[in-house]
Design a protein around this ligand. Structure first.
Ligand SMILES: C[S@@+](CC[C@H](N)C(=O)[O-])C[C@H]1O[C@@H](n2cnc3c(N)ncnc32)[C@H](O)[C@@H]1O
Length: 297
């Protein structure tokens, strides 16, 4: 018997047909309340589905849906644990996905995050268009998704992150796209510390990506809280941006509105600066937690 939930899931999947293509096989298939079930999302990584739920039990999916694997991430438990296998093939190794013809390694065993933030798809695509041949500084680089697209656009890239493991993953993402990581920089360290070092060395970048976590703590720069510290981060980035450079400013925070974020950015920007807001991708209907402003100096 077909349940109302079955129909909602099928309808949501049908609506994503415009996102999935031979060049893109990773997207959000089901986005919580707007698709009919609050607190539940399903991400598709080349047929391997990741269902995330805030409930203690996962909803049953219609039996005839076609996927290679189904994994479940329980967000209710408070701890950030790796997803659990629920059905289909067990994923014992990492596998590649495609986004606009660019490949990325995904790993369901790697812990809480699987290697690619699907909600950044439009920003990766826009960065690739805007940065041909540029010197690009990718801060808070994670697995270097922004670095990969900038390098594919012919740029020199510097990826900066506090995790050596994520930077190694990033190097593998470069190799997966026939890019030589030896021709690019992967710097282990604190963004605040390194922005200061770059300024002292009088280094300048054409393009800077700022996509920090909402909250982080480390030994060197202490605690970073987006609402208190983003403007200082922008100030430090501006010191190493060449004239007429571009900064991609992202913030993933439910509790800060786009207007508040824009005001935080404007505190440090000259009055004439062009700030363009980018919406979230169409497979995240009803979501606005990811705020994006492109800052054209
Ligand atoms: C939200 S992820 C960034 C996602 C990335 N921009 C992307 O789209 O793939 C945050 C990253 O920031 C790194 N990080 C957190 N605090 C940091 C700091 N103070 N300096 C450098 N990296 C930091 C974490 O290791 C993590 O990889």
């Amino acid at each position: 018997m077909t349940t109302p939930l079955d129909r909602k899931i099928r309808a949501a999947i049908a609506r994503r047909s415009c996102v999935i293509s031979p060049q893109t096989n990773a997207c959000r298939l089901f986005n919580a309340a707007r698709d009919g079930l609050d607190g539940v999302t399903i991400d598709d990584f080349a047929g391997r589905w990741l269902l995330s739920t805030k409930e203690l039990d996962a909803p049953a999916l219609p039996g005839d849906l076609v996927y290679r694997s189904l994994y479940i991430k329980f967000l209710s438990k408070g701890t950030k644990t790796a997803p659990r296998h629920a059905a289909g093939e067990k994923l014992l190794a990492r596998f590649p996905v495609q986004e606009n013809g660019v490949s990325y390694w995904i790993d369901f065993q790697a812990g809480y995050s699987q290697g690619l933030f699907l909600d950044q798809r439009l920003n990766r695509s826009r960065l690739r268009e805007l940065s041909p041949g540029c010197n690009v500084l990718n801060t808070f680089a994670y697995t270097c998704g922004f670095g990969v697209v900038a390098a594919l656009a012919g740029g020199n890239t510097v990826n900066l992150d506090l995790s050596r493991a994520y930077l190694d993953w990033g190097r593998d993402n470069y190799r997966l796209n026939q890019l030589d990581p030896e021709q690019h920089d992967f710097i282990y360290g604190d963004v605040f510390d390194w922005l200061g070092r770059f300024a002292k060395r009088k280094l300048r970048f054409d393009f800077i990506v700022l996509d920090p976590p909402t909250f982080s703590r480390n030994r060197k720069s202490g605690v970073f809280r987006a609402e208190d510290d983003y403007s200082e981060l922008l100030e430090l980035a501006l010191r190493v941006l060449r004239q007429q450079g571009i900064i991609l400013c992202c913030l993933n925070a439910h509790h800060i509105s786009a207007t508040q974020f824009k005001n935080i950015l404007k505190q440090r920007l000259p009055p004439h600066v062009d700030l363009r807001q980018e919406p979230m991708p169409e497979d995240f209907p009803g979501s606005n937690y990811l705020k994006t402003f492109w800052v054209f100096l």
